[in-house]
Design a protein around this ligand. Structure first.
Ligand SMILES: Cc1ncc(COP(=O)(O)O)c(C=O)c1O
Length: 366
């Protein structure tokens, strides 16, 4: 850490302490494993290294303005996102995470006897809301390569289909559909129904976005988030990229379009986009920690799906004990998943130190 940064941190700590702010707001990483009973959170695919140093500074610099509504900051954020993707601000709608964007799409396509075509398994958290809106899920199993079966999905579109949801890279498998095939699929499927492309993890996989398709086609929505590689899950910033007409339609379901994003979250997101060094470091850490885990899985003869994201799905059929509980007893939090007729665990990549601890505990349990 440079002297000037240390100095800045010390000054900011003193200023914040006098205001009653918690000193760990300035901690280098959001989770540490220094003390034995601290939780190691590997269950939500967050970025253990975030927020980025530039985002932390932006938050501290901006908090005194939170007596004002965020309009100006929101416009600046939209302009920044627009220039990042070389699109127009009319192609962007902000939401409280990409979850809100998926929810708006579900609201838009709701209707009696309507269904959403989704992969199985795929990201599911929003399914409860969609079902509450009357939508049913038509789940199409992933193919043998554990990626979306695009052929099968295309031929499954029928008059009931309100939307096709594709998560690429996919959660929970961490796998990626070939982008050329996905482009072709999206163009074809959008002739018949709304296509929603969830790009929450594209940065980890170095995948190009389908944003260019979405801005010219009223039947395609691309969703992005600041919750993953940008390390801002708690700030709740996501956005839709779509044709201006679709942006207007989705924004119509929000009480105040774009303004679920707070002023603090907006400045954090803008700074995160600028902090390319931090993003590169996080991607490198994710690759390093995945290799640590793969080595442990191979050692223990546990099957896993090679991942292009910041999480890995590995098979725990051979583990007799309640694996998640065993992990929890050691303050490590992972997700149990029942997929492909077996027992699996989805583990998110934490810091290098956290993943070494995870592997050590994994070995003792196995
Ligand atoms: C594929 C995918 N989409 C969307 C989300 C929601 O992210 P957020 O609402 O934090 O942007 C997640 C979160 O885990 C996810 O895995």
């Amino acid at each position: 850490m440079s002297t000037s940064r240390r100095q800045w941190l010390r000054q900011s700590s003193l200023a914040l302490a006098s205001l009653g702010f918690a000193s760990d707001l300035l901690a280098e990483t959001s989770t540490t494993i220094k003390s034995g009973n601290q939780k190691i959170l590997l269950n939500s695919n967050e970025n253990a290294y975030g927020p980025s140093p530039m985002a932390r500074k932006a938050i501290l610099d901006a908090y005194t303005n939170t007596n004002r509504y965020p309009d100006d900051y929101i416009l600046l954020l939209k302009k920044k996102i627009a220039s990042h993707w070389n699109i127009d601000t009319s192609n962007i709608l902000l939401g409280a995470g990409s979850s809100e964007i998926i929810g708006l799409a579900a609201l838009h396509v709701r209707g009696i006897d309507k269904e959403v075509l989704v992969g199985d398994p795929a990201y599911k958290v929003w399914n409860g809301q969609a079902e509450h809106l009357g939508l049913s899920m038509n789940r199409i199993p992933l193919n043998n390569n554990r990626v979306h079966d695009l052929q099968q999905m295309l031929s499954s579109i029928n008059s009931k289909t309100g939307m096709v949801y594709i998560c690429n890279p996919n959660n929970p498998t961490g796998t990626v559909n070939d982008i050329t095939e996905l482009r072709k699929f999206t163009e074809e499927a959008s002739k018949k129904t709304l296509v929603f492309i969830d790009e929450a993890y594209t940065e980890y996989a170095d995948l190009p976005s389908l944003a260019d398709l979405a801005i010219n086609n009223k039947n395609i929505i691309v969703a992005k988030t600041f919750s993953k590689v940008y390390g801002l899950a708690g700030a709740r910033v996501g956005y839709a990229i779509a044709h201006p007409d679709m942006i207007d339609t989705l924004g119509g379901y929000q009480p105040w379009p774009d303004s679920a994003v707070s002023l603090i979250s907006a400045v954090a997101a803008m700074a995160s986009l600028d902090d390319t060094k931090f993003v590169a470091q996080c991607k490198a850490h994710a690759s390093e920690t995945k290799e640590i885990c793969y080595a442990a899985f191979n050692d223990l003869k546990l099957n896993f799906i090679p991942s292009q994201t910041n999480f890995i799905l590995f098979n725990i059929d051979s583990i007799q004990k309640d694996f998640v509980k065993e992990m929890e007893s050691q303050n490590i939090y992972v997700q149990f998943r029942a997929h492909f007729g077996g027992k699996w665990c989805r583990v998110s990549m934490g810091t290098v130190e956290e993943m070494q601890t995870f592997c050590r505990v994994l070995k003792t349990i196995v």
